[in-house]
Design a protein around this ligand. Sequence first.
Ligand code: GLY
Length: 381
Amino acid sequence: MSSSSGCDCAVLGGGLIGLAVAWRAALGGLSVHLADPDPGAGASSAAAGMLAPVTEAHYGEERLLDLNLRSAQLYPSFADELSRFTDLPTGYDTRGTLAVAFDRDDRAVLAETAAYHRKLDLESTPLTGREARALEPMLAPGVQAALLVEHDHQVDNRLLHRALLAAAVRAGVRIHRSAAEIVVEDGRARGLRLESGEVLATDQVVLAAGCWSSETPGLPPGALPRIRPVRGQILRLAMGTQPLLARTIRAMVRGRYVYLVPRAHGELVIGATTDELGFDTSVTSGGVYELLRDAHEVVPGITELALVESRTGLRPGSPDNAPLLGQTALPGLIAATGHYRNGVLLTPVTADAIASLLIDGTIPGYAVPFSPQRFGGPSCA
Ligand code: GLY
């Protein structure tokens, strides 16, 4: 016979977003359960951990930029509070980012980017190739120009996940290592049913299942806009005790993007492809080749490093590539998903916004434009 546990809130998904929401909600006094068969095994551990609202700003995404900037501003206190709460590091690292251009066309794109930054009052400093190499001596002689963005930082997403898991447990969140389906009764979400049959009964279910969100068992048609998986192939190299780079390098190499993120503990993360191939998580020889080829054009010294990991992650892409935050078309079901390229960056602001909805019943104004119901279309009502 299946049992039932009542709680104030049940979270589906134990990645960075689900855990941060659960932690914040538990700190706010709610009883919280969270279900995930393997917390952090998805995009949370694949990501590179760049906190890069400025170098990832895109034309036409100014509303998302505001949210990204807000979350970047929250990071120092978020990371500090988390470390003090758990005694664990997060790898939050305020060394900046250098965006570099390789050939003339790449240079023209970088100049446009600089103009866009000026228009939006975003801080970035144009540098010549020579000035860029003075900052980063391992850059190739072929690098023609750069933009220094001091306020685009990074966090070690794997350390962050470990700390959030510890924080959630410490704050009283009950973690269930199980898949789950949404229980719907009388036209509203009533909880989560675990594989054991146990039901986590609640009036507030948070869907934080990343690219699997719209595939969640029990989700009625029309409850959520479609979330599509966007594969990123990503590599990890070992720099050892001789750091090759002092800051993150984001490069455009003959029209293709590649980034190199050096960790303080000696890892160099190189990413990432953008492949729309459904739930295929293969690492392809072509993907690895392209990443290494382009990274090598920018920093030739990478060929000396050991390649220690190649893997993929599936970014959760919403119809407009911005997150879904708040009440869905199914009463009782709250979305915290669809963060696409910005899941690590948007973790603090998502946690604050969704915890506020769970605790006080109101979503902050800055999150309103990201309502899951903004696309109109079918609903469950
Ligand atoms: N934000 C980096 C990526 O999605 O590859």
